[in-house]
Ligand binder design. Structure first.
Ligand code: MN
Length: 228
């Protein structure tokens, strides 16, 4: 078969300790999954059903690359998040079996054009321009679950220029990783290569050109990017 033009290169994340990379299919993101963050965004963190949006796979920024301040906004926010990577998938996955599909974890940033997201919320419009823009997902290398297990607790943090802005614990996720996978798999057929960004804790805020963002989940990984 020939193509009309060269197909875009596959997006693939390095995996710590392995020579093969993880090819990315989709990036699912979960909204409002820590109670304190739901409150800071003006919502009641009662256990409403999880809701989802997506980022394009080619929005990933890997290897500690720079984050270019995006156009069309005056208010770009950082959101540090635990990322789960699926090595297999399916439909209607029971929560008790969900972790069988998670092969690795990473730490990522769900960078957000908050002003455009706010406008979309107000107008009842989709979030794509606020969330799914180019280079909106800086992400660490993956760490295999065979090495670290399936962490359900651990500090999640983000520093901007050495000052802590976000600090919480992944034990405080409203919807756990298995519960999110079970819920998502009733809406989409999940497949190998899917990433799930699991939501951010409180403390989100604006970034400016020149800022150094460094974050992590203790025991998993750290992510680092500079805003340029
Ligand atoms: Mn987020």
């Amino acid at each position: 078969m020939t193509y009309l033009f060269d197909p875009p290169p596959a997006v693939a994340i390095p995996v710590a300790g392995e020579s093969g990379r993880f090819p990315v299919r989709r990036i699912y993101c979960v909204g409002r999954n820590y109670a304190e963050h739901a409150r800071e965004m003006g919502h009641d963190p009662t256990r409403e059903p999880p809701f989802f949006f997506m980022k394009p796979a080619d929005a990933l920024v890997l290897g500690g690359g720079d984050f270019p301040y995006p156009p069309g906004t005056q208010d770009v926010h950082h959101e540090i998040e635990l990322v789960a990577a699926l090595g297999s998938g399916g439909r209607d996955i029971p929560a008790e079996r969900a972790l069988d599909h998670v092969v690795a974890y990473a730490v990522g940033l769900d960078m957000t054009r908050r002003d455009l997201q706010g406008e979309a919320k107000k107008m009842g419009r989709p979030w794509d321009t606020g969330k799914g823009f180019d280079q909106s997902a800086p992400c660490s290398d993956l760490v295999p679950a065979s090495r670290i297990g399936h962490p359900s607790a651990g500090r999640i943090w983000l520093d901007v220029n050495g000052t802590t802005r976000q600090s919480a614990d992944i034990a405080d996720l409203i919807w756990s990783v298995p519960e999110m996978i079970a819920y998502l798999s009733r809406l989409f057929e999940l497949k190998a290569g899917d990433l799930i960004m699991t939501g951010t804790p409180a403390g989100v805020g604006p970034v400016a050109r020149g800022d150094l963002l460094e974050g992590g989940v203790d025991g998993i990984a750290t992510v680092r990017t500079r805003v340029v």
